[in-house]
Design a protein around this ligand. Structure first.
Ligand code: IMP
Length: 199
């Protein structure tokens, strides 16, 4: 099966191709097809955004299309920043402004539990979209630590490694990431539905 991966982010493309490589899926990128599409993320949930992106790319390419939506959900903030993770501190806000706002809102909070969430959606037709979800739980520190990664990585403490995601290497983070968990779950669904096989 040929699948369009609805992102131009090289890191995401590598991770997706790594996880789906044994399934016989051939990934193509928007750049390879000369396609550009800006799908606004107006949904109230990660699922709505991922599904709407996947269907928009399916319409544009006539190929099965894989899209994702991800973000951080903080328990003490009732799931915020959630789908607004990229623009928490306002439209065009950068990673450090978003982290700063989060740390301000978390001041004095005892419950620091948070999770990264990723939903992937594969549109096989306009009517058939397979979704899968991955979550990775950790907690929000009081101060940023570490210089790797992006987004909320410097304030997200991973109990399994005893470090923030920004203190892990890219490979160490990807081993456990919410995106990886979502892609593994998608792969399992595709195998169960006999859409792909793994050796
Ligand atoms: P997107 O789904 O790739 O557009 O990500 C939305 C936003 O969620 C990003 O801009 C980050 O703020 C946040 N986010 C998603 N995944 C991660 C992650 O792995 N680390 C840190 N922040 C993330």
């Amino acid at each position: 099966m040929k699948v369009l991966v609805a992102t131009t982010n090289p890191g995401k493309i590598r991770e997706i191709s790594d996880i789906l490589s044994e399934t016989g899926i051939t990934l193509v990128t928007p750049n390879e097809l000369g396609l550009a599409l800006d799908v606004e993320e107006t949904g109230a949930t990660f699922v709505e955004n991922a599904v709407s992106k996947a269907i928009s790319w399916y319409r544009a390419s006539s190929l099965p299309s894989l899209a994702d939506d991800s973000g951080l959900s903080v328990d003490a903030l009732q799931g915020r920043p959630g789908v607004l993770s990229a623009r928490f501190a306002g439209p065009g806000a950068g990673d450090s402004a978003n982290c700063e706002l989060l740390l301000n809102l978390m001041e004095g909070q005892k419950d620091r539990t948070a999770r990264f969430i990723c939903v992937v959606a594969l549109a096989i037709s306009e009517a058939t979209v397979i979704t899968a979800r991955g979550e990775y739980e950790g907690s929000i520190l009081a101060q940023p630590q570490g210089g790797n990664g992006f987004g909320y990585d410097p304030v997200f403490f991973d109990p399994a490694s005893g470090k923030t995601f920004a203190q892990l290497s890219g490979a160490q983070k990807n081993e456990r990431s919410h995106r990886r968990l979502a892609l593994m779950a998608l792969r399992q669904k595709l195998v169960t539905q006999c859409l792909v096989r793994v050796p």
